[in-house]
Ligand binder design. Structure first.
Ligand SMILES: *Cc1c(COP(=O)(O)O)cnc(C)c1O
Ligand SMILES: [Zn+2]
Length: 429
């Protein structure tokens, strides 16, 4: 190999060099970026990384971008936070949250994948980029394409949350609302990418896009003091993120940056769209497509492109997958906000509720070092909390009114969601 990386078929191994392509023309399996780890060994060191910028580009030696590429947007390096108060409620004593609810620039982990995809879109000479999206990807593409001066066509299901639509249009992107589910939108996007020769981040640029997710794994390891956790709990839509965090850990092990350790991977889905979780529960990697019906719109992919590999990653590491109801999702969003001060979107409610269940069912032991991945921000999915809180009567600006108010409200402190409290109790707390 003369470059640091190339594109290979995941199944038959055929090499494709570096080009905008995501499917093998021999066997129709997905293509993946493979790094020459010997080449990376001298460049991807703890010292080199620590001297790098305070964002995801500190890991660029294992990202598929040209050496000459100059990143325009600082993305990633989000907080890894201890979660003692959430932990106390769910029976976890060594729990951490990787908080991509505050990933910049658009408040979800999708900023990471788009940063790498658009670097490649520019290198390949595309002047127009796009994506099919369940919302967060649309926001991330619109924002970063604006900064790079690229034209943008973004396709979303017509009934997406209003905040995610606004957060796309504000950047000047052309938004195409498509009748149907994400799976319809995605099929149309594949046809468009071919017909118009545009760079679609999750179609013909998908292998590059997917590598961006590795930075979440690199960060977790570095932030733990160059250690791997015992367990990762990760939300799944297309199933890419969970497999790429695992790939990141394996690269760190191969390069000797962390001690070798079997990390168990746990997947989280909403019951209303749970094809990967269902396969895992059946002990298989065969994914049966579903028609999504859940408030967790960002995870609502009924026919997940990387579902097979996600299921394999979970089964091979001794992990598990769970799915939770829409009611549990909202309760968990509230619980995470009340205990740790993190307002996550519905996808984060899925991850939090699944995390609670994994402890309650004894799939994760209380003292194991566990990182739960919060991937998006609650300000984008406020609709699901409509009616959840009383808008209290305004008071006159008088101390007497305030005293009366306190009198009335003193009893009712913040209420913790019953589901999760019970989950903790049934784990012996
Ligand atoms: C897209 C998305 C995911 C899942 O990503 P996949 O790599 O498709 O599995 C998780 N959380 C949020 C908030 C997302 O937008
Ligand atoms: Zn192949």
């Amino acid at each position: 190999m003369t470059t640091a990386y190339d594109l290979r078929c995941r199944e038959c191994g055929k090499s494709y060099g570096i080009q905008p392509l995501s499917i093998c023309d021999e066997c129709f399996s997905p293509l993946e970026v493979v790094f020459d780890l010997e080449y990376a060994r001298t460049r991807f060191t703890r010292e080199a990384i620590q001297q790098g910028p305070l964002n995801m580009w500190r890991y660029r030696a294992l990202l598929p971008v040209a050496d000459s590429y100059e990143p325009q947007t600082p993305v990633g390096l989000t907080p890894l936070m201890k979660a003692p108060r959430l932990g106390a409620h769910i029976g976890a004593s060594n729990l951490f949250i990787k908080n991509d609810a505050v990933c910049l620039p658009t408040l979800s982990f999708k900023d990471r994948v788009v940063a790498v995809a658009l670097a490649n879109a520019q290198a390949f000479g595309f002047d127009t980029v796009g994506c099919s999206s369940t919302g967060n990807l649309a926001n991330a593409v619109a924002s970063q394409a604006a900064r790079l001066g690229l034209k943008t066509f973004i396709l979303v299901p017509a009934d997406l949350e209003p905040a995610k639509i606004l957060n796309t249009q504000v950047y000047g992107a052309t938004l195409v609302r498509v009748e149907g589910s994400y799976d319809h939108v995605n099929r149309l996007s594949s046809q468009i990418a071919d017909r118009y020769n545009w760079g679609f981040v999750n179609v013909n640029l998908r292998p590059y896009y997917a590598e961006g997710s590795k930075t979440m794994g690199f960060e977790i390891a570095e932030q733990l003091g160059w250690r791997l956790p015992d367990n990762i709990v990760c939300p799944m839509a297309g199933g890419s993120l969970i497999t790429k965090i695992r790939k990141a850990f394996n690269e760190l092990i191969a390069l000797g940056l962390v001690e070798d350790k079997q990390v168990r991977f746990f997947g989280a889905q909403a019951t209303g769209c749970s094809p990967i979780a269902k396969a895992v529960k059946n002990g298989t990697d065969v994914i049966e497509p579903q028609r999504p019906n859940t408030i967790a719109r960002s995870l609502a992919i009924g026919n997940p492109a990387d579902g097979l590999y996600a299921a394999r990653a979970i089964l091979a590491t001794g992990g598990w997958a769970e799915d939770v109801s829409d009611v549990e999702i909202v309760s968990a969003m509230q619980e995470l906000a009340e205990t740790e001060g993190i307002f996550t979107e519905t996808a984060g409610g899925v991850t939090t509720a699944v995390t609670a269940r994994l402890y309650a069912h004894g799939r994760i032991q209380p003292d194991e070092l566990t990182v739960t991945c919060i991937t998006g921000n609650g300000l984008k999915t406020t609709d699901c909390l409509n009616g959840a809180y009383d808008r209290s009567q305004a008071i006159r600006p008088r101390i007497g009114d305030f005293e009366a108010f306190v009198e009335e409200h003193n009893e009712s402190g913040p209420k913790l969601s019953q589901d999760l409290v019970l989950a903790g109790e049934s784990n012996g707390r």
